[in-house]
Design a protein around this ligand. Structure first.
Ligand code: ADP
Length: 450
């Protein structure tokens, strides 16, 4: 069942029930009030009759009752056996209306020959000393016909209102489901065309459907963004891998032609093939590192002292670096929740860059700062131009492609470093001046020392 039909049926069903309860209550209350008021009128006539009878005087019961004779009814006295001692009416057929004797006062509604009658009965003492019922029976066809009219009006208005409700429910259902249909059709188009189309939304409205649309649009933008980045990455990666492969295949052809006759070509080709394949190996390694940095969230982080980790990494790298590394730490123990392997990877990326892009001493500082551990790596190298700084952490971004390629750069290092910092709940930033040097600052949330 469609949402529109469901809304329409629920609204109609609920309001029909309310309408039925309201109309039935109105009808029953009106009917009871009408009958009661008729009975009260008859009751008051009965009281007058009893008053006259009690006065005594020369008049017989029959004479007194005659004076109260009603136009469309009966006044009678009923004895214990249920027979009428007196039965006064202008309509002879009413004499046959069956009533019974009771010791107490009572009222009721009777049906005779298809007509409705209101009855009131009061016990009194007869001329002859016996107890009889003074009963007044009044034709109430007029009142019941009014009640029938009222019933007709209520039934008619009920159907009218139900009809209007059906239409209103349908229209309301349409108003509510229209944006949903728009969402569905946009989503279908997105699915069919594999596009990242946005849903049209009215900015002025702040309802839930609009919020749903805005969330969907922002999700689509993120998806599109990530898809474009993915595409860019694949094209960059394939381009980067194509260059060394082209070089290698060029040298292989050269070797085929001249390799056996010219030893200098052989040596040059082997050297180039070796360096290009080493570059390719490094690049694929970085791509694998990138994949593991993306998965860091799944790795369990542990609380550990990071001072010895930084110390041993620096010691290991210093052996192969052209530049000296000086490092200081304040305090001597800093416990943080980290994934050790990734943290070392982050450190190596920044130290490798400082060593690659400078020819002077590298300074590493480790310190505690406002609940964070701050690691800064400073070199006095070539620096990064201001216009390149906003893109420096982008995937495969390199300032000078040629220079970076020569130094074996892939443009993935800083991107991986940023991912690792973020996955630790921290951040990475830089301060750099072209020609003077660069400082990279990594800030990670610290754990309380146990
Ligand atoms: P790469 O593998 O090319 O070094 P990175 O992502 O590590 O890739 O660095 C991106 C670019 O940032 C590099 O190509 C380089 O131009 C610049 N860069 C990174 N670190 C430094 C630094 N310490 N000094 C100068 N330039 C740097």
């Amino acid at each position: 069942m469609s949402l529109r039909t469901r809304i329409q049926l629920s609204i109609t069903f609920l309001l029909v029930i309310l309408l039925l309860i309201a109309n039935t209550t109105i009808y029953l209350m009106f009917k009871n009030a009408s009958i009661k008021s008729e009975q009260e009128l008859l009751q008051s006539t009965a009281s007058h009759i009893i008053e006259e009878l009690n006065k005594g005087g020369n008049s017989t019961n029959e004479e007194v009752l005659h004076t109260f004779l009603i136009s469309d009814g009966v006044i009678r006295l009923v004895n214990r056996k249920g027979d009428s001692d007196l039965n006064l009416t202008r309509e002879n057929s009413y004499k046959k209306i069956q009533t019974s004797f009771r010791n107490d006062q009572f009222e009721g509604v009777l049906t005779y020959n298809g007509s409705k009658f209101i009855l009131v009965s009061t016990p009194i003492i007869h001329d002859n000393g016996s107890i009889v019922n003074l009963q007044i029976i009044q034709n109430a066809d007029g009142m019941f016909s009014n009640l029938e009219d009222l019933k007709g009006v209520l039934v008619f208005t009920s159907f009218l209102v139900i009809g209007i409700l059906c239409i209103a429910g349908w229209v309301l259902g349409g108003v509510i489901t229209r944006p949903i249909h728009r969402f569905i059709s946009t989503m279908k188009t997105i699915e069919e065309e594999e596009s990242y189309q946005q849903i049209e939304i009215t900015k002025s409205k702040r309802d839930e459907l609009n919020q749903l649309g805005m969330t969907f649009n922002s999700m689509m933008r993120k998806l599109e963004d990530s898809y474009l980045k993915q595409e860019q990455f694949v094209s960059d990666a394939s381009h980067e891998l194509k260059t060394p492969l082209t070089v290698i295949s060029g040298y292989v052809s050269l070797l085929k032609r001249w390799g056996s006759t010219r030893p200098e070509v052989l040596e040059e080709a082997i050297n180039s093939i070796e360096s290009e394949s080493a570059r390719m190996k490094f690049m694929t390694e970085q791509l694998l590192q990138l994949a593991s940095a993306e998965k860091l969230g799944e790795f369990a982080k542990e609380r550990m002292d990071i001072v010895p980790i930084v110390g041993s990494t620096i010691e290991r790298l210093s052996r192969t670096y052209k530049n000296e590394i000086i490092w200081t730490t304040e305090p001597k123990q800093i416990v943080a929740e980290i994934h050790e392997q990734s943290f070392v990877q982050l450190l190596v990326i920044l130290l490798d860059n400082a060593n690659k892009y400078s020819n002077d001493v590298i300074q590493v500082k480790l310190r505690e700062q406002e609940g964070c551990v701050e690691l800064s790596i400073t070199d006095k190298g070539i620096g990064i131009p201001g216009e390149a700084q906003p893109y420096i952490f982008d995937r495969m971004y390199r300032v000078d492609k040629n220079r970076s390629r020569k130094s074996g750069g892939t443009g993935l290092g800083l991107f991986i470093a940023k991912r690792i910092s973020e996955r630790h709940g921290g951040s990475i930033s830089l301060i750099s001046k072209e020609g003077h040097g660069t400082t990279f600052i990594v800030s990670l949330p610290i754990s309380e020392v146990q």
